[in-house]
Write a protein that binds this ligand. Sequence first.
Ligand code: TXA
Ligand code: MG
Length: 328
Amino acid sequence: MVNAFSDQVLQAAQALVRGELIGLPTETVYGLAADALNPSAVNAIFETKGRPPNHPLIVHLADAAMVPVFASEVPAFAQGLMAACWPGPLTLIVKRNAGVADAAAGGHATIALRCPSHPMAQAVLRAALSQGVQGVAAPSANVFGSVSPTTAAHVRESFPKLLVLDGGACDVGIESTIVDCSRDVPVLLRPGMLSVSQLSAASGESVLSAFETSSIQTTAAPGTLASHYAPRARVRLMTIEQMRAHLRDAKLPLATWTRTSLLSVEQAALPEDVKHFTMPSDAAQCAHDLFAQLRSMDALGVHEIWIETPPDGEAWAGVRDRLQRAAA
Ligand code: TXA
Ligand code: MG
């Protein structure tokens, strides 16, 4: 087993060294990975994914010691975030060294850096580093605008010819939390499973949210487009009461995903072409299941997917964000 693991890791690292793309498991979602300092390899990511080249990529590092290769400035609050949350599901935006990783940064003056904790990602990053690959650019391994992959099978569905490492189902299940550390204060750009309280404690500053602070102008980038992470079927978010009320006039078939048992209690009364699934009541479990669930509901070929609005509270911020985008 250990040998099979290391053979695969070595093969993947060598592909990166040759400037090829691989499907890389991380604890958040699978990435479509290439050498961040090889412009033609990075261009192949944009082409394969169908992503506009000015939408910057995240560069994955074996550890924080690699940060100075890419970053020109790392404020104390960013160092606090790295010390507390790396390796893990946190991406930091920092000022970029001039001329380094231009293609991966999409021409922006800043760069997104992350050190993933998934053991296979760690092993690949270290093996590639030992052969001169200092950072690995990787967007989520899905076609631009669709749902991110959380299993190797999801990646193969989108990119059948790609070399994909199978690291199992991703623990976290939604993309990393992104904090902009290129300003005077840390600003949350994309919520994930790390809460604002955790981030504020780790950084020693109160982390602002780009969602709640209208005075902050953020870079228009893919994860911040209103409509993103969307399945083919139309996604509608509603309360359980709204769902019950709308069900009478619904255009079937549709799939529903709710936390409470309200709908399932009535399941016997549901029309046959309404498929119901139960949403985990725990935020972390819900995030873990979210994208696979959206994919499997989509695979039913339904017209619409109705989802119960997740609860308020910071534990659910990442899930709320992805569902709002899927429904936009
Ligand atoms: O969990 C994750 O972050 C996954 C895994 C593979 O690491 N990656 C991922 O990458 O979600 P992607 O490309 O799907 O999303 C990267 C996000 C973009 O939405 C973009 O907004 C932001 O990172 N980003 C990257 N560079 C940036 C920059 N210089 N300034 C602002 N935002 C940036
Ligand atoms: Mg993505």
